[in-house]
Design a protein around this ligand. Structure first.
Ligand code: ADP
Ligand code: GLC
Length: 479
């Protein structure tokens, strides 16, 4: 079984969020189960630079108004990559989709249409690489792959689209239609038209043989009018070909027993060493060094999706109850400013690092007592899984993948000793405040807290089970 992943991010080559983690880890879990995966990526400078054993496949060809070639290579961990080396489209630094001021980059429509066109041709076997059995596209950047395949006369590979976040729909003006090389009559309501625009994501939902999303709960939520973000009806109509498969994490990258970035390694049975990480982070961030002060953390895009505007308002509650908060993230400037102001006003108890810092994310996960994820919606969420691996208790909105991965510390779960976190719903200031109160109460009972941390660390958050589900799906589609 040969599968071509098509995605715009892949850890460790290029990452803005969880998509990269999934595309970096799932193929290796699939390879371990006998599925041969190659990942097709845009040739951004860090991608081309990061590839090992690089070699050019075939000849240079014309693409858009420039030229392109395919570059084959692998990551340090041996994942097979083919990159589209097209300088005119991908030679820029920074975020793949946005300018530094948060606006969309010019040319995204044609950029990712060209990427998807080449992906479809590659999957069919047009570039001298043998044809693939399945092409597995991710998010709107690869949404057009199955639309291009649908125009072919000859048999094509089976297509899967994974929705990582329905809020990003790949919307572009209809005047691009002639340039993206799809039949004009595709601009229709039952096809890729969405409120008089082209939606790359809708194209993928309509044309892929199967659509998956990243948790069973999110698969249900997106089939409602509220959670479907405009695509609820369409997703209901595809209900028979839609499933939710829970994300995992790379348990080698996220391993408290071997993590080279943290102050002290620890394990479920040697949990006391976690305290050294807390003391070190408190010291490094200028917080008061205190063993028994509950340390809350955020590692996230600072956006409304993540509910972090609500948390920014709740900082006074956390500090009044004697807690500390460490924020690592970037995003909406209003949320950033509010956390920065809290840190300035309470340097002993609030620290804030605005930016993206992978090693710091590991240090924070190792140090914190609880991670705050008050998301309004969350397709899966990976930070709660990383947290659980590090014995850090997730405090989460009861939505999407957070619903599927965290067991709330209600009286029954506590009695059975299976609780792993705190969930709240609906996602509003009142319920967040009550979840924070509950977290303080749990922390005040050290045996209970320790038991929850150990329950977290006992969970299997690896890709093993879910990779098997993807492998079964591919086999079924290939027929
Ligand atoms: P999303 O993809 O919606 O942003 P996920 O929870 O799926 O959310 O994945 C986020 C990933 O990005 C996690 O691996 C998390 O550790 C990482 N991350 C988010 N913000 C930062 C940051 N500021 N610095 C380092 N890592 C971050
Ligand atoms: C998206 C979602 C997040 C998910 C990630 C990986 O960015 O917001 O919930 O974990 O994709 O699938």
């Amino acid at each position: 079984m040969r599968v071509l992943f098509v995605a715009s991010e892949c850890f460790p080559l290029i990452k803005t969020g969880g998509l990269a983690d999934v595309v970096g880890a799932l193929p290796r879990a699939l390879n371990a189960q006998g599925v041969d995966v190659t990942v097709f990526l845009p040739g951004f400078p860090p991608v081309l630079k990061g590839l090992k054993k690089k070699k050019v496949i075939g000849k240079t060809f014309a693409l858009g108004s420039g030229t392109a070639k395919l570059m084959e290579g692998e990551t340090d961990s041996g994942l097979k990559i083919i990159a589209l080396d097209a300088p005119e489209l991908f030679k820029f630094e920074g975020n793949p989709y946005q300018n530094p001021d948060g606006t969309d980059r010019d040319g995204n429509g044609l950029r990712y249409a060209a990427f998807s066109r080449v992906a479809a041709d590659l999957a069919i076997g047009r570039y001298g690489v043998s044809a693939f059995d399945v092409v597995h596209a991710h998010d709107w950047q690869a949404g057009l792959v199955s639309a291009y395949l649908s125009t072919e006369m000859a048999p094509v590979p089976a297509s899967v689209l994974t929705l990582h976040n329905l809020a990003f729909q790949g919307l572009f003006p209809k005047m691009l239609m002639p340039d993206i090389g799809l039949p004009a009559d595709y601009f229709a309501k039952d096809n890729l038209e969405y409120w008089d625009k082209i939606s790359f994501l809708k194209a993928g939902i309509v044309h892929s043989h199967h659509v998956t999303t990243v948790s069973p709960s999110y698969a249900l939520e997106i089939q409602t009018n509220e959670g479907g973000m405009g695509f609820g009806g369409l997703l209901r109509s595809r209900g028979n070909a839609l499933s939710g498969i829970l994300n995992g994490i790379d348990t080698e990258v996220w391993n408290p027993e071997t993590d080279p970035d943290i102050a002290a390694n620890f394990s479920r049975t040697k949990l006391s060493a976690k305290a050294k990480n807390k003391a070190q982070l408190q010291k490094d961030m200028g917080l008061k060094v205190s063993k028994n002060t509950p340390l809350f953390a955020v590692i996230s895009r600072l956006t409304g999706q993540k509910g972090l505007d609500l948390l920014a308002d709740a900082v006074p509650q956390i500090t009044a109850l004697g807690g500390q908060l460490m924020v690592l993230g970037s995003g909406d400037s209003a949320i950033e400013s509010q956390f920065l102001a809290s840190a300035k006003a309470n340097p002993d108890s609030v620290a804030c690092f605005i930016g993206y810092d992978e090693p710091l994310a590991h240090r924070v996960q190792a140090a914190a007592d609880a991670i705050m994820i008050p998301s309004r919606f969350e397709p899966c969420g990976l930070t709660q899984l990383c947290a659980m691996r590090y014995g850090t208790i997730p405090v989460v909105g009861r939505v999407g993948g957070l619903n599927d991965t965290v067991i709330d510390a209600n009286p029954a779960a506590l009695a059975k000793n299976c609780a792993t976190g705190v969930q709240f719903s609906p996602i509003d200031p009142h319920m967040l405040a009550s979840a924070i109160n509950r977290t303080f109460e749990l922390y005040a009972a050290p045996k209970t807290w320790r038991g929850m941390a150990q329950n977290c660390m006992a969970q299997d958050v690896s890709w093993k089970k879910s990779a098997q589900q993807y492998a079964n799906l591919y086999a079924r589609l290939k027929g």
